[in-house]
Design a protein around this ligand. Structure first.
Ligand code: NAD
Length: 372
């Protein structure tokens, strides 16, 4: 891979390769865009088959974070890191402290957090070496589990979809089909139940799905049957890539709105297929931005109440995406991208006016805005 070509093509500012054989660390940190503020994104630990694969992943994921922060109205840029290794075997204090020193070396241009393969425990090791880390435990002033905030965002986002399709926010009597019975799905189902929705739920772990079904009076179906259930809303809360050539033709709903990341296997093709079937799609990075709002909140002194309030704003964010999509006759995914890009561009233009100030001065006590 020609790294500079890839960076130019996707608009990355900086890519940092971090190596320390003694600590067993091979990591890549990608800072995509810092126009809106320091680049925040988790560090993923994964058994990448090659450096190219790890690089591709970190470039893709960091760019996604720029869009998510921008659409969520956060004063943050997009970044991400990957550590090449087996999260089940290779995690040591030395490795994560060494990683933390590399993060510290970026002087606040990148703020790390947990992601796939990393947990609060490792973030606490990272914190021993750098203050540029979020997602630590509540006991240490961190934001803890983001799922309740993510789920609230998904719930209000679903209401915005209902408003668009049915002319009313209420989900009373609507059938919501939830894929996954994990953290986000469980909190989401509680909201849905309170709102009077009929819930259908599945998980690859049958007992887990049945337990959730009992708790929220939902109907359980087997994982392979979930796509064909007739209802109003399909809520993917498990895996990415689940909107694809096989699954989209099976859907019998008017709305897709859920918490999972990267739901469309191929953004353009599968968005088009949903549109042709008359299904309204809530762009995933907008509707699930509650998790990012939660960790971002940590930078100013965490308040769960504030994070939840912010997540309620996802309702208006989705309404503006749908309005733009309608006005320009474009897919909702494209409308979300355009709104995010417009915010980044407008702030880039006025950046010089407030260069040197930091909205996070309280947490870091110094300039964190990574202006170029
Ligand atoms: P989780 O691990 O708690 O739950 C995921 C559940 O999906 C698990 O119970 C798993 O068994 C199930 N699952 C996996 N494959 C499945 C399949 N093929 N069919 C049915 N069920 C399947 O994860 P979570 O924290 O609830 O996150 C769910 C999704 O939301 C993920 O895609 C995650 O990236 C995304 N997300 C989560 C947050 C958050 O705050 N937790 C924030 C943003 C995005």
């Amino acid at each position: 891979m020609n790294i500079f070509d890839e960076m130019n093509r996707r608009g990355h500012e900086q890519v940092v390769f971090c190596s320390d054989p003694k600590a067993g660390l091979n990591a890549i940190i990608a800072v995509h865009n810092t126009s809106l503020g320091p680049a925040l994104g988790g560090v993923r630990m994964w058994t990448y088959a090659s450096t190219d694969e790890a690089l591709r992943d970190v470039l893709r994921l960091s760019r996604g974070m720029t869009y998510k922060a921008a659409i969520a109205g956060l004063n943050l840029g997009g970044g991400k890191a990957v550590i090449i290794g087996d999260p089940n075997k290779d995690k040591t204090e030395a490795l994560f402290r060494t990683y933390g020193r590399f993060v510290e070396g970026l002087g606040g241009r990148y703020i790390t957090a947990e992601d796939v393969g990393t947990t609060v425990r490792e973030m606490e090791w990272v914190r021993l070496e750098t203050k540029y880390v979020t997602g630590t435990s509540r006991a240490l002033g961190g934001s803890g589990d983001p799922s309740p905030v993510t789920a609230l965002g998904v719930f209000v986002g679903m209401k915005a979809c209902a408003h668009e399709v049915y002319g009313s926010d209420s989900l009373k009597g609507k059938t919501v089909i939830v894929q996954g019975a994990g953290n986000v799905a469980s909190y989401l189902c509680s909201h849905l139940r309170k709102d009077g929705a009929k819930i259908v739920v599945t998980d690859i772990f049958e007992a887990k799905a049945k337990k959730l079904a009992r708790a929220v009076k939902a109907t359980y179906v087997k994982p392979e049957k979930i796509y064909a259930v007739r209802g109003d809303v399909f809520a993917p809360c498990a895996l990415g890539g689940i909107l694809n050539n096989d699954t989209i033709p099976q859907l019998k709903v008017r709305i897709v709105a859920g918490g999972a990341n990267n739901q469309l296997l191929e953004e353009k093709t599968h968005m088009q297929m949903l549109m042709e079937r008359g299904i309204l799609y809530a762009p995933d990075y907008a509707i699930n931005a509650g998790g990012l709002m939660n960790v971002a909140n940590e930078l100013e002194g965490y308040s769960a109440e504030k994070a939840l309030k912010q997540a309620e704003g996802i309702y208006d964010i989705l309404r503006s995406i749908f309005a733009r999509a309608k006005a320009e006759n474009i897919p909702t995914s494209v409308a979300a991208n355009r709104l995010a890009e417009a915010r980044i561009e407008s702030v880039s233009r006025i950046k010089h006016i407030y260069a040197g100030t930091s909205q996070f001065a309280g947490r870091f006590g110094e300039r964190t805005r990574g202006g170029r």
